[in-house]
Design a protein around this ligand. Structure first.
Ligand SMILES: [Mg+2]
Length: 175
């Protein structure tokens, strides 16, 4: 029962491996994007060229994007949002649903038109599934993370092979 909510809709090794045309083929018009270990390495202020290109590619095809992060470092998240010219929601308390709803409102889209992208089963995938938004799981950019997350990772690693059965691949690289 709970397991159903841990199954991502899609998988990609990283955001830069995501084929934007594949998003369009699912009629995706907006993305709720996690920051740490998805867009930038955990705790980082620096946005890689690949990450910038992904955001540019989304903008080119008219896919909107809202950053949604559990970080309490608002200054860092806002700086990333400013650099990419994207709206940001911090202290999101994922997997709780209310900030997913807030992000939907920011995007001005219905849940069927949105995918969320994140690196954590228990935050990004579980939270998205609870509000009925499809989630694309990516591999975390670094091993660094909160202690609590590193503990959850041990459980995640056991679940990943099971949850990735019947998943849609949005990039070329398979896990
Ligand atoms: Mg993350």
């Amino acid at each position: 029962m709970l397991f159903r909510y841990l199954k991502p809709f899609g998988y990609a090794i990283s955001i830069s491996d995501i084929d934007v045309s594949r998003l369009l083929s699912y009629n995706i018009k907006g993305i709720i994007l996690d920051i740490d270990n998805t867009l930038v390495p955990w705790g980082s202020w620096d946005i890689s060229e690949c990450a910038r290109r992904f955001i540019q590619d989304l903008k080119k095809v008219g896919i909107k994007c809202c950053l949604l992060s559990n970080t309490d470092n608002r200054a860092r998240a806002m700086s990333i949002g400013r650099e990419l010219d994207l709206p940001v929601i911090t202290n999101a308390f994922k997997p709780l649903p209310f900030n997913f709803f807030r992000a939907m409102k920011v995007l001005g889209l219905r849940r069927e038109e949105i995918v969320s992208i994140g690196d954590q089963l228990f935050m990004d995938v579980f939270g998205s599934n609870m509000v009925g938004i499809r989630c694309i799981l990516v591999k975390p950019l670094t091993e660094r993370d909160f202690l609590s997350t590193r503990i959850l990772r041990i459980l995640e690693r056991k679940l990943i092979p099971r949850v990735l059965k019947e998943v849609e691949y949005f990039g070329d690289i398979r896990p």
